[in-house]
Design a protein around this ligand. Structure first.
Ligand code: NAD
Length: 287
C-alpha cells in the first residue's frame, strides 16, 4: 500500500451506512492494482444527515467520484448537477462521476444485470421477460431492460409497501420507452404461470431465496418452468437459490446475481477510469 499511494493518487469513495461489510473496496482496489492504475477506493460511513457535506467534500477534494448505497441512493440526486436517463427514471443513484466539477449521478445496477446477461450469451433484446420485484434492484433492472430494448415486460410484486413504486415504474417505462409493460399481483399465481409461459426469460429481483428467506421460493412447482426458459436471480448468497435449483432440474439455463454485482461495479469503474475492469481476473478473485 505504501508503495502504491502517492501524491498523485486519485480518490474514489463509497458513501453509505452501514458500509464496513462491503466488498466493493476490495473489488475496485484489486482491479486498480492489477491494471497499475493510480486510484484508491475507500468506504466512508455517510448517512442522510451527513450526505450533503460529504458531496461538498467530494467536490472540494476533486475526487474522481463515488459509489452511493443505502440509505443515500434515493436522496443524493438533490446534491448533484445532472442525472443519467436511467438514474432519473429509477429515482436512484449508485455512482457519482465528477467531470471537471460537474457531478453526474448514474445507476449501474441495471447496466450490470444487462451486461451479465450478455456475458452469459443471453439476448433478451426485442423479447419478453417476466420479473418479480419493485425494490431498488428490480427497478434498476426493469428501467435498464426497457431502455435497452426489451419488447415486453410483465412485472409481479406482492401487495406490500413497494406496490406503489411498481405502479410508478410501469407508468414511467410506458411514457418514456417503447417497452410494453404490465403489473400484476404476485398472489395471482395462475397469471404468473401464464406470463412466464410466453416469456424468453424469468427474473427474480427480490430477496426471496436469501436470508431470512433462504431455501424458499414463490414458484409453486416445476410446471412453471420449461427447458428453454432462461431463469435469473439477483441473489448471489447463496450462489444457487431454491428457485435456481428448481430451474436447473427442469433443464433451464440459469444465472445468479454474481455477474450483476461484478458488472455494476465494472460499469462504474469504466466511468471513473475510462478503462475496462479486468473481468476474468475479478471473477477468479470474487469466487
Ligand atoms: P428492496 O428492499 O429495495 O426490495 C425488496 C423487494 O422484495 C420488493 O419488491 C418486495 O416487495 C419484495 N419482497 C419482500 N418480501 C417478499 C416476499 N416474501 N415475497 C416476494 N417478494 C418479496 O431490496 P433490493 O435492494 O431491491 O434487494 C433485493 C435483492 O436483490 C436482495 O437479495 C439483494 O441482495 C439483491 N441485490 C443484488 C444485487 C446484485 O448486484 N446482484 C444488487 C442489489 C440487490
Amino acid at each position: 500500500m505504501a508503495e502504491r499511494i502517492t501524491g498523485h493518487t486519485e480518490l474514489i469513495g463509497l458513501m453509505a451506512y452501514p458500509i464496513r461489510h462491503s466488498s466493493s473496496p476490495a473489488m475496485h482496489n484489486e482491479a486498480f492494482a492489477y491494471l497499475g492504475l493510480d486510484y484508491a477506493y475507500l468506504a466512508f460511513e455517510v448517512d442522510n444527515d451527513t450526505l450533503e457535506d460529504a458531496v461538498k467534500g467530494l467536490r472540494a477534494l476533486k475526487m474522481v467520484g463515488s459509489n452511493v448505497s443505502m440509505p443515500n441512493k434515493t436522496v443524493v440526486h438533490k446534491y448533484l448537477d445532472k442525472l443519467s436517463p436511467a438514474a432519473e427514471l429509477c429515482g436512484a443513484v449508485n455512482t457519482i462521476v465528477n467531470e471537471n466539477g460537474v457531478l453526474t449521478g448514474h445507476i449501474t445496477d441495471g447496466i450490470g444485470y444487462m451486461k451479465s446477461l450478455k456475458d452469459n450469451n443471453i439476448d433478451v433484446i426485442g423479447k419478453k421477460m417476466t420479473i418479480v420485484g419493485s425494490g431498488g434492484a428490480a427497478t434498476a433492472i426493469e428501467v435498464q431492460a426497457a431502455l435497452d430494448g426489451v419488447a415486453e415486460m410483465s412485472i409481479f410484486n406482492i401487495k406490500d409497501k413497494f406496490w406503489d413504486n411498481a405502479q410508478e415504474t410501469v407508468n414511467k417505462i410506458s411514457e418514456r420507452t417503447n417497452c410494453k409493460v404490465a403489473l400484476y399481483d404476485l398472489a395471482d399465481l395462475a397469471k404468473l404461470k401464464e406470463e412466464i409461459a410466453d416469456s424468453y426469460l424469468f427474473a427474480n429481483a427480490t430477496g426471496m431465496g436469501m436470508k431470512p428467506l433462504e431455501g424458499q421460493t414463490y414458484i409453486p412447482d416445476k410446471s412453471f418452468f420449461r427447458p428453454d426458459l432462461i431463469v435469473t436471480d439477483v441473489v448471489y448468497s447463496p450462489r444457487e437459490t431454491a428457485m435456481l435449483k428448481m430451474a436447473k432440474e427442469v433443464g433451464c439455463k440459469t444465472m445468479n446475481g454474481m455477474g450483476m454485482m461484478l458488472f455494476q461495479g465494472a460499469a462504474a469503474f469504466e466511468m471513473w477510469t475510462g478503462k475496462e475492469m479486468p473481468i476474468e481476473h475479478m471473477k477468479e478473485v470474487l469466487d
